[in-house]
Design a protein around this ligand. Structure first.
Ligand code: ADP
Ligand code: MG
Length: 392
């Protein structure tokens, strides 16, 4: 949303006052490749989207903090000292968790505030609207209170808010991408050490098309935890011969092949194979992107999806159908599920001249085959969290 529109909305929802209103934005993110790798200590390659969550914020003359969202009717006013005493079970737990984590780092809110959020990211679709609302909140308070706005620290504290306060056991990738993204760049992130590098990702005449299956991700929590524990078990099996191995993703593909006979359980081996090969696909993708070789990158995206479907088994009919239909289209270089799976979104790399046909034909075939209406977002790669200053 444009800065001026947000200011107007803020006045409508929160009223006039003499204090300055500041506007901040954090994007959503899409993971281009490297799925289910973050908790296995390897490389991921997410990118920030051009749409996200905008926050307009203004100091108050008392010690009340009010939270309003243009996306949800739930509204709350809390006393500064009451923050963190109780979870609400509502969306405000995300920003409340951030305030709690800021406090732990010594950033106290020095006055009350009015906060208004406006989100453009579909919720619960794997495009990280939760990380976006956390990061925009953390960045805004740190900026206004004159504290550390280092975006790596912002990502880490936002992750802690989600893990500890909201109670969702998520890795660092989402918050990291939302905080550190840059226009026309993907982010190569080593999830073990948090070393990262921006990789130029100028898609030229190709567009990212994100397809929302609109399938409710019912199984995702239990299956996510199951995959994590399968990875732990696979790691223990491998550590019998590789005692120094700290994470699954650190194993070379050839070495996994050599140790295959250690596995009695084919499923566990398949899980490990996905992690090890997916991690190497991320590095191959970076090489391809560095050479501006989108064709190779597209085929790596395809291989990633196939592995998630066959080896890691976190896809579902809806994701498979959308990917299959996307790949039938001329002009599609690659298509894969993105996010944890069992629903959520796909990401495809599609030539701009084919995008319109893609939207019509993939949308139509998807609906015919699944009975669900998909939604599509054509998108470039945007910036990470930032203040929207007047000139924008
Ligand atoms: P995802 O991160 O994949 O979009 P999550 O379930 O992790 O899905 O997070 C979605 C939740 O984040 C929403 O249900 C809501 O509680 C919160 N949220 C995200 N964006 C907003 C917003 N603009 N306003 C209020 N709450 C939001
Ligand atoms: Mg989330």
């Amino acid at each position: 949303m444009k800065r001026q529109e947000m200011l107007d909305l803020f006045i409508t929802r929160c009223g006039e006052s003499a204090e300055e209103i500041q506007v901040f934005n954090a994007p959503g993110r899409v993971n281009l490749i490297g799925e289910h790798i973050d908790y296995n200590g390897g490389y991921v390659l997410p990118a920030a989207l051009e749409f996200g969550t905008t926050l307009a914020i203004r100091k108050r003359n008392d010690d009340k903090v009010t939270f309003t969202s243009a996306n949800f009717p739930y509204h709350i006013e809390v006393d500064l000292e009451g923050i963190g005493n109780e979870k609400t079970g509502e969306w405000v737990d995300y920003p409340l968790g951030v305030i709690v984590e800021l406090r732990k780092l010594g950033t106290e809110l020095t006055s009350g505030y009015d906060l208004l959020y406006h989100g453009e990211i579909p919720n619960g679709s794997g495009l990280s609207s939760s990380a976006s609302i956390e990061v925009v909140t953390a960045y805004a308070f740190s900026t206004i209170e004159g504290k550390d706005t280092n975006t790596v620290e912002i990502a880490l504290l936002s992750q802690r808010a989600e893990n500890l306060y909201v109670g969702v056991n998520s890795g660092i990738m989402d918050q990291f991408a939302v905080a550190n993204g840059a226009k026309d760049h993907a982010i190569l992130l080593m999830c073990d050490t948090l070393e990262y590098k921006l990789v130029p990702f100028a898609t030229g005449s190709y567009k990212l098309v994100i397809g929302n299956t609109n399938k409710r991700r019912g199984l995702v929590d239990s299956k996510y935890n199951e995959r994590r524990s399968q990875c732990d078990t696979a790691l223990q099996i491998l550590q019998q011969d590789e005692p120094e191995l700290k994470y699954l993703a650190h194993l070379a593909p050839e070495r996994l092949e050599e140790l295959k006979s250690n596995f009695n359980d084919e499923i566990l081996y398949n899980r490990a194979a996905h992690v090890v090969l997916e991690n190497s696909r991320v590095l191959k993708s970076v090489e391809a992107l560095s050479n501006n070789d989108l064709i190779t990158f597209g085929s790596l995206m395809n291989a990633s999806h196939d592995s998630l479907r066959d080896l890691y088994e976190v896809s579902c009919l809806e994701l498979d159908v959308m990917v299959e239909e996307a790949r039938k289209m001329d002009g599609t270089l690659g298509s894969r599920m993105t996010g944890a799976g069992f629903g959520g979104c796909t990401v495809s790399l599609v030539h701009e001249d084919s995008v319109e046909r893609f939207l019509n034909e993939v949308g139509e075939a998807y609906e015919r085959r699944t009975g669900l209406k998909g939604e599509f977002y054509v998108c470039g790669v945007g910036n990470g969290v930032h203040e929207m200053k007047e000139e924008n």
